[in-house]
Write a protein that binds this ligand. Sequence first.
Ligand code: B12
Ligand code: SF4
Length: 449
Amino acid sequence: MKIKFILPALEEAKSPYWRPIKYSLFPPLGLATLASLCDDSDEIEVVDEHIEEINLNDEPDLVCIESYITNANRAYEIADFYRKRGIKVAIGGIHATSLPIEAKNHADTVLLGLGERSFPEFLKDFKEGNIKEFYEQGEVLLDNLPLPRRDLFKQEKYLVPNSMVFSRGCPNKCSFCYVSSFYKGGKSFFVYKVDRILKEIESMKGRHLYFLDDNIFADKKLSRQVFKEMRGMNRVFQGAITVDSILQDDTIDLAYEAGFRSAFIGFESINKQNLIQANKGSNIGKDYSKAIKKLDELGIMINGSFIFGLDSDTLDVFDRTTEWAVNSGITTATNHILTPYPGTGIFNKMDEDKRIITKDWRLYDTRHLVFNHPNITKEEMESGYNRAYKDFYRWRNIYKASKEHEELRMRLKHFTYAGAWKKFEPVWNFLIKNELLSKSRSSLVRTLK
Ligand code: B12
Ligand code: SF4
């Protein structure tokens, strides 16, 4: 049977925001995970529209599409196109799980939540000609599952082909986060076993790894074991952690020894009232400066994630946050306008209060204001967001932030990493166009290590 897996991209390619390098970072890991659950006899293709054109005129037996919020419209377009030609379509992923009825209008079957258990069941039904309209996640166990089919990726098209996860979801309950809608009040955190994690790491060539887990310290016992085992592996890795987890114990030291060199941290806001609204327990009352200092001493760079538009924000939030990030020596900033994803606590509350101004999911890209804010207009929010990015990445500020580090080696690392990420777009575009991204992986490792 011919199965085609598709990760659609939104039509953003024509917008001024499109940064080809951002979309050439990671291959579609979720789809490769599902592909590993197919029969050996199945003929499988994985297509990622972020990096390649999709041929929609082929004749697979089954099309399986992953939808997240901003690609949902495109996912539906592709699904409609295949179904018009009588080809069966299954849709799954975060957005389809939040809004299964909407997704069902465009698919023969919608699979909710993690696909590890339901997808094989669906495939069996499909082969027997007996599919259901919806498949629930069911009780998922991540033991004894095959490794993702990375052989199906066009590896040379990605800067970071070695992405993996050793857990799914997160035990925390931040009100804006997809976790609350994706796991729908059930168990929201799943882990792999240590042996399997090490096997997966070993299966990937090259030194650099990116853990895409929501929080690689969420299960401390597991991560400590993994980091201890990774010590001799000569790896360099990046991943997301929370502020509180840095301060609790020496897990961060073990992570460093294992090769952890750049941490994605959701600071979200420097205003306590906002953190309370966001139910961001991992940050409330935590000493940001102490956590940052700890990482600096170890030699771990920070990608700080910030949200503009929580209710206590006023017009000065953009400048204040940027100033704080620069003065704190944050290496790269990922800014977001608060985006209430459907199904999350914050969406439900705003919908009830009639504050949502559009349900065009293409605008839920964290660059547009999609709800009424008490203190900031749409124009002010969007221009403030753009200005904050511009300001943070001015050479002057990159230099200033890098000078915040104690040691010269960290200052140089910071300057090179931030400059390369945001200041050399034409170079990235050239590398992508000429399929040379893989050649720059060694420079990434050199900068990180
Ligand atoms: C990597 C990533 C990206 C990559 C691209 C995606 C890729 N190559 O996979 C990039 C960098 C491009 C990206 C961009 C964005 N992202 Co993003 N991204 C992620 C991240 C960190 C990991 C995805 C992943 O690989 N997960 C691990 C795999 C194993 O899980 P999975 O993909 O979910 O697949 C499983 C299930 O969902 C299910 N499943 C999935 N698809 C299907 C299909 C079928 C048929 C079936 C049966 C099952 C099924 O089964 C799979 C196995 O369990 C997630 C966070 C997360 N932890 O998931 C955010 C996340 C998906 N991103 C998100 C967002 C908001 C964005 C942006 C819109 C925002 C921004 N400003 O960056 C942009 C998109 C802009 C655009 N062009 O559309 C949100 C989505 C929220 C939502 N409600 O949809 C997430 C959840 C982050 C968050 N915490 O808010 N992202
Ligand atoms: S800590 Fe991060 S991943 Fe976990 S619920 Fe909060 S925002 Fe989501």
